[in-house]
Design a protein around this ligand. Structure first.
Ligand code: SF4
Length: 165
């Protein structure tokens, strides 16, 4: 990775208590420590950046994934049946802006979140059922060429970075 290149990371993975229930998902891994020491990590919680408070009602994408939300073909609904799509789209735009300002070449985002999921999201029924798909922020980042890895793919990310020209 060149000196001016960075990695975007979900704020909850760095121990910030920004999840919907006020918890974090601190990720203790030597690669995270290594990248943090090199000042390579740029952190954001898209949902907080999009204007939501913590704690907040859990939300899921209804009938689709982040790409469908960005095409206005699906909505993000919270468990109280309130449409919170605008906050998720705003958060995704803020994350993209931050990533572009800091020349982020990849991202480490929390799997299954309706913002940060990169391979799976919940299906919108609040029953714990998962489907293949991306969160709104992951979808937007990947549409702009920023590859998203989840918290269990750090070695793959390290390989990806070392193979970059
Ligand atoms: S939106 Fe992303 S960064 Fe924020 S709490 Fe959810 S998973 Fe973590």
């Amino acid at each position: 990775m060149k000196q001016n290149q960075h990695i975007l990371i979900s704020a909850c993975l760095l121990g910030n208590k920004v999840r919907y229930d006020g918890s974090d998902l601190l990720l203790e891994h030597p690669l995270i420590k290594h990248w943090a020491k090199q000042a390579k990590l740029i952190s954001i919680c898209p949902e907080v950046a999009g204007g939501m408070s913590t704690p907040r009602s859990p939300a899921e994408i209804n009938k689709g994934d982040g790409n469908s939300v960005l095409k206005q073909k699906a909505r993000v609904m919270n468990i109280k049946n309130q449409d919170v799509t605008q906050f998720f789209v705003e958060g995704a735009n803020k994350a993209l802006e931050l990533a572009q300002q800091n020349n982020c070449v990849a991202a480490i985002l929390t799997e299954r979140s309706p913002s940060c999921g990169s391979h799976q999201v919940y299906d919108g029924s609040f029953s714990g059922k998962k489907i293949k798909g991306k969160g709104v922020t992951s979808a937007l980042l990947e549409q702009h060429g920023i590859k998203v890895f989840n918290q269990n793919q750090l070695e793959e990310l390290a390989d990806y970075l070392s193979n970059m020209t």
